[in-house]
Design a protein around this ligand. Sequence first.
Ligand code: PMP
Length: 435
Amino acid sequence: MTTNEEAFDRARRVIPGGVNSPVRAYRSVGGAPRFLTSARGAYVTDVEGREYVDLVASWGPAILGHAHPEVVKAVQDAAGRGLSFGATTPAETELAELLIARLGGGTEAGGLVDEVRLVSTGTEATMTAIRLARGFTGRPLLIKFAGHYHGHSDGLLAEAGSGVATLALPASAGVPEPIAAQTLVLPYNDLDAVRTAFEAHPGDIAAVIVEAAAANMGVVAPLPGFNAGLTELAHEFGALVILDEVLTGFRVSAQGYWGLETSYTPDLVTFGKVIGGGMPLAALGGRREVMEHLAPVGPVYQAGTLSGNPLSVAAGLATLRLADGAVYDRLYHVSETLQREVSAALTAEGVAHTIQRAGNLFSVLFAEQPAVNYAQVQAQDAYRFGPFFHAMLEQGVALPPSVFEAWFVTAAHDDEAIERVVEALPMAARAAAQA
Ligand code: PMP
């Protein structure tokens, strides 16, 4: 049998850091990342045959749990008909119609989007949305918020969350200064800062991009009225709002985080993760007037050999059709139970903490007071997370390997899976206390 250490040593010789995405490395918690060979329901299995209750859920897509039989069957059936055609398929239209219907049936009906373009990754979705916003407004600058992550395109890595936060990088090397200078990074949840930025750059800001609820610096919900106020401000200054629902979309509710608020209408919205059901698929959508600036109708170019891939679309359609009210009820039940139990275990050991939540997303902040922005998140006792993480892992619970990531539950987390997590918590809380 291959040991995990052997798998890691072998991988490190041929893959930088042994991982194909830095968030999979255990850089901030230490040790070798687990090499997985299979996943089913609420569980993942590593190369040594050890099974873990999984609270990563592929970083969000797996809301039904891993390898749901109906999703797997849909993908197998699609595969039998051909892996990729490089041509349009009826299923893409079906998925677009389903997304639009679930999001309120078009903007004239008070819904979120009129048209969507399918791409393969969240990075492409946000990158294209920004290009589209620039093409539509004819303006160069972009506002993003510190600690928000929107994928790894050049202009979006300044003070980004996710792996950029975990590795404590201020930005990425390799991004030319003139490109970085097109992005204004502001503190989250601070509308005054947004107004000041708009006033300082009159007529130059194309768009504001914002996570619908921040979940890549740990979870930091928008303050009540923040997303609506942001939209109002952007529109006052003639800029677009790009609501990034790649992580939150179709996870925190059937209509994403927007569905929990609905008091504003962003101009563009990006989706990913859940809409591909675990396969590479993402999308951007918006009102018709803006979306029709995309090629081939309009002058803003975007393309993809594997865009709208039939296997991905099949997985997405099957997942969204199965994600009914009972699924969302279960996600909330699992999330709220875990929030309560984690907090109780940490309290019992006297560990200062706050459960940060947005919908059914949550994370543990090792600080007494809640955080509303990246600076406050960075000021927590982050050193407590590594020992907590490893104590959970040793007891068969796989958490996201960074304090700057959300915990992801699935509807397949049954009472037994929850119990396994709960049983592991006292020892992990003790480890955090002794850190
Ligand atoms: N936006 C948000 C809010 C995300 O959480 C992510 C990925 N975690 C992305 C964009 C990028 O998506 P992808 O990793 O598919 O490129």
